[in-house]
Write a protein that binds this ligand. Structure first.
Ligand code: URA
Length: 440
């Protein structure tokens, strides 16, 4: 008979900074999967990991147990290189919505498995589900068929794929245990290893809106994920990108889909286009469909400008049961019943737009979760009208709040005044959009 670990002992040993043996950690994780360790005990363990971190061997065990808690995807019939990207999480980060169809148009197969909102960041699944009819829960057979027909598909983690990550992800979201290097590394890499890829590009966010905000922590996270991939035969490139302000102008699920569609149509904000183009170039290089990054960037820009990626997105949406009305201004997405323009209460320069405050600000309006089982309201959010460094006069619009109720508009206006700093002059300079590239 298997001897079970004593959960409170494992938690206490991690709390006190002792290394866990393979038997202890594997036993604790598997007992959680089997229901012998409760969510309360796992939450305490995650908090202990948050404070104590994990040794390399412990991280390896966590990745392997997460990966093997489910299946690894079959490669199916799609013959082109399978390449995906994953972000460590940011505010206004709608990159996946543009990148998956763009990369497919560039000749790659993109089996994208995404998550829901996590902490103060939004999730690709919640964004996709704001498209009327769009289904992120489909069978793996259907997923494979869509990959073959369309070249990309976007789903949530099924019961079959890394279920341990799925459960821990939901628990971390509501227990303040997201910003942990080993937990983020294992969460992302277990899902991506399960996708059976030829290449992976990681968008590692840096700055206040990222989970690990400092440059050195983001670098360490990137190196850890690249290392986990390399040890398991997966070529991983990490690109560090700015998250010291929100990406693009829209924050909130349906609003972000709208901005992503603008970008797919060859428009949208320049910072979003820059990140998308860089990551598409990296994916193209990883898949061997271009000889170098410069060619990759050029091809990506051409495809975006030509509208091919938008057509591919429409096919993806239709294949997953959704519908968009591209001839409509709002693309047929759900719209908030009330909006309010929030104006600057003094003249000056936009010194700072705090992504953290905006990300958390969406939650009380119903756009994010405070408990695991909540639905989100896709309509609410912020449309930020200024960029860092802009000059404004008193009364100039800073942002538009999109709310479900008048109360939301009050909450949202307070968030905007907290998040957007108007000062006499700039306070430091914003980070370059694309900062660094890390490979094995
Ligand atoms: N994205 C994930 O999938 N997991 C994390 O822990 C953070 C970002």
């Amino acid at each position: 008979m298997k001897t079970r670990v004593i959960p409170q002992q494992v938690i206490a040993r991690k709390r006190d900074g002792h290394p866990l043996s393979e038997h202890e950690l594997e036993g604790f994780l598997k007992d959680y999967l089997d229901g012998h360790v409760g969510d309360d005990q796992m939450a305490a363990f995650l908090m202990a990991v948050y404070f104590r971190g994990m040794r390399d061997r412990e991280l390896d065990v966590l990745v392997d147990v997460m990966l093997h808690s489910g299946e690894v995807l079959e490669r199916g019939g799609a013959g082109a290189p399978r390449v995906d990207k994953h972000s460590t999480g940011g505010v206004g980060d709608k990159v996946s919505l543009v990148l998956a169809p763009l990369a497919a148009e560039l000749g790659l197969v993109v089996p994208m498995m995404s998550g829901r909102g996590l902490g103060h960041t939004g999730g690709t699944l919640d964004k996709l589900e704001s498209i009327p009819g769009f289904r992120t829960r489909i069978s793996l057979d259907r997923f494979d068929r869509i990959l073959r027909d369309v070249g990309c598909a976007m789903i949530g983690q099924t019961e079959e794929i890394a279920p341990l990550d799925r459960r821990l992800y939901a628990l971390r979201d509501v227990t303040g245990t997201v910003p942990s290097l080993p937990l983020i590394t294992a969460s992302i890499m277990s899902k991506k290893l399960a996708e059976n890829l030829d290449g992976l590009v990681l968008d590692v966010k840096v700055g206040e809106g990222a989970f690990l905000s400092r440059m050195e922590d983001a670098r360490a996270l990137a190196r850890a994920m690249v290392g986990v991939g390399a040890a398991r035969g997966l070529a991983v490139t990490a690109v560090l990108t700015a998250m010291d302000r929100p990406l693009g102008r829209m924050v909130g699920n349906a609003l972000e889909v709208r901005e992503a569609v603008d970008c797919l149509a060859g428009g949208g904000p320049g910072d979003l286009r820059e990140v998308v183009t860089e990551l598409a170039a990296e994916m193209s290089l990883a898949g061997g469909v271009v000889p170098g990054l410069a060619e990759g960037r050029q091809r990506a820009a051409e495809v975006l400008a030509g509208g091919g990626a938008l057509t591919r997105f429409e096919r993806l949406v239709a294949a997953q049961g959704g519908s968009l009305q591209l001839s409509d201004k709002g693309y047929g997405l759900p719209a908030a019943p009330v909006t309010r323009v929030v104006a600057a209460n003094r003249a000056g320069v936009i010194a700072r737009i705090d992504p953290h405050a905006l990300g958390y600000g969406v939650i009380p309006m119903g756009g994010g979760r405070t408990r695991q089982d909540q639905d989100v309201d896709p309509r609410v959010g912020f449309e930020v009208r200024v960029r860092v460094g802009d000059g404004v006069l008193r009364g100039d619009p800073l942002a538009v709040v999109h709310g479900a109720t008048e109360d939301d508009l009050f909450i949202g206006a307070r968030v905007i005044h907290e998040a957007v700093t108007v000062a006499d002059g700039p306070e430091g300079s914003p980070l370059p959009q694309v900062l660094e590239r890390i490979t094995a």
